[in-house]
Design a protein around this ligand. Structure first.
Ligand code: SF4
Ligand code: SF4
Ligand code: SF4
Length: 455
């Protein structure tokens, strides 16, 4: 019965239905409440990051002799991208970055300044700028082949999270500045899980302990509280508020992956410009590996390459930005009576943005997987690992990319269908829907031309 309902919900056969997994699986609720495994996983993550930073900075600098390159770019990143769809922002509940800051705050090292209005108001822009800088570094400096560069990048994010914790209470970095958190949040709008409160129970609440905390325990680390969670963008799904709520209000819902895209219409994503930049950068990243690639961007690490790469990233952003603007023009509706202004192409394109990132990261993970154990063998002089390798058939890459891309194009068209024929039923003429669908296909075709020849 549960399985049948779950399949109906996941495949959007019952778009308004949800299943509270805490109610169906009480053990899951206990897992989030008790937090023992959280602490264990966080400690494991802290140790893994300490290892990556130390070995990256002081270990061999030949990428063929240092395993942290593959651990960072081939294991960590693809795993995070994969989790977006299945568990939303749950990675943030285990993320090691805020660890040192939390420890410092626990020891009383925090100025407890009020988070400035400027930071609160402009946080989507600031975090997207930081994300742009990271993607630019990734593309133009050859950092993926540099153990020290990779370690420094992780150290920079760790320093940002720690410094912010010394200035402001809780995890202000995670709420307002973290570029990864912003990316994971946007990807999680497509997630089949959501963390929400039961508003009927919250109506009677007088303590709002999920946000404010109690005398013994601090409140929500990102100043939200379960009753404030309306989308998947900001809640870390850390479960911290579960034990603070005496009304059993928080729920972990299984939902249709399209629910948030259709209901919120990408309103909270639009302002951040994250989709055009992410997709534009993906087109550039795929272009680098395609037969159309004629400039060796990011390979020679010279200034010229950096400039060319910057120009290409700007061109990629502009290309997707124009598609988004054209889509809004064709769709004809850019205002919702509940939400106000929105950009229809943003929710429509989210599945392709997610798929592009997934294809790119999985491609890297698979391509370099055969060399992982021999690299460890060379690094730590373990001869038995030198021969522990395998080969990935070249056809795997185009087949995988085609599958991911076509699924995402189908998902984009489905979101368009839901918006045009259900949310704005009878308002959007058919010819306008066809024009927007054509734009989706053109975008998909752009991806196809650049990603399929990867072999
Ligand atoms: S927002 Fe960033 S630093 Fe915070 S938990 Fe998520 S990924 Fe880690
Ligand atoms: S989630 Fe619990 S603590 Fe928070 S407002 Fe609702 S009832 Fe109150
Ligand atoms: S609302 Fe609850 S689950 Fe979400 S970040 Fe805050 S404490 Fe964690």
């Amino acid at each position: 019965m549960f399985l049948k309902r779950a399949i109906r919900i996941i495949f959007d056969r019952a778009p308004d239905e949800t299943i509270d997994l805490f109610a169906v699986f009480p053990g899951l609720r206990r897992f989030f409440e008790r937090r023992r495994l959280h602490r264990f996983l966080r400690t494991f993550g802290d140790l893994a990051f300490a290892f990556i930073i130390f070995v990256g900075l002081f270990g061999p600098q030949d990428p063929g002799e240092n395993c942290i390159i593959y651990l960072s770019w081939g294991v960590w990143w693809p795993t995070i991208v994969l989790t977006w769809f299945f568990v939303g922002r749950m990675w943030c509940g285990f993320c090691p970055f805020p660890g040192i800051g939390r420890l410092a705050q626990g020891l009383g090292f925090c100025l407890n300044l009020k988070v400035p209005r400027f930071l609160r108001k402009n946080s989507p822009y600031l975090s997207v700028i930081l994300l742009c800088i990271i993607l630019w570094i990734e593309e133009s400096t050859g950092i993926k082949e540099s153990p020290r560069g990779t370690a420094l990048l992780i150290l920079a994010i760790l320093s940002g999270a720690t410094l912010t914790s010394l200035l402001f209470p809780m995890q202000a970095w995670c709420r307002y500045l973290c570029p990864m958190g912003r990316l994971i949040g946007v990807g999680s709008t497509l997630s089949m899980l959501e963390f929400r409160a039961d508003f009927e129970k919250c109506k009677k609440c007088r303590t709002f302990a999920c946000k404010r905390g109690t005398q013994e325990r601090r409140g929500c680390p990102v100043f939200l509280g379960a009753f404030n969670v309306r989308n998947n963008l900001d809640c870390l799904i850390c479960g911290h508020c579960l034990s603070l709520c005496d009304k059993d209000s928080p729920m972990l819902n299984l939902r249709s992956p399209f629910k948030e895209l259709v209901l919120n219409k990408g309103r909270f994503i639009t302002c951040s410009y994250i989709i055009p930049f992410l997709m534009g950068s993906q087109l550039v990243r795929f272009y680098e590996d395609s037969p159309f690639f004629f400039v060796h961007v990011g390979r020679l690490n010279g200034l010229d390459d950096m400039l060319v790469c910057s120009a290409m990233l700007a061109a990629g952003f502009f290309y997707v930005f124009v598609i988004i603007r054209l889509g809004a023009l064709f769709f004809g509706i850019t205002e919702d009576e509940l939400f106000g202004k929105f950009s229809p192409m943003v929710p429509i394109l989210v599945p392709m943005a997610f798929a592009g990132e997934l294809a790119y990261r999985l491609d890297y993970a698979l391509r370099y997987a055969p060399g992982f154990f021999p690299t460890i063998g060379r690094q730590f002089s373990v001869d038995s690992l030198l021969g522990l390798t395998f080969s990935v058939p070249p056809m795997t890459f185009p087949i995988m990319n085609i599958f991911i891309l076509l699924s995402s194009v189908a998902a984009c068209i489905y979101v368009l269908y839901r918006l045009a024929f259900q949310e704005f039923e009878g308002i959007v003429p058919m010819r306008r829907v066809v024009l927007v669908a054509a734009l989706v296909l053109i975008t998909g075709l752009s991806y196809m031309c650049l990603m399929i020849p990867v072999a």
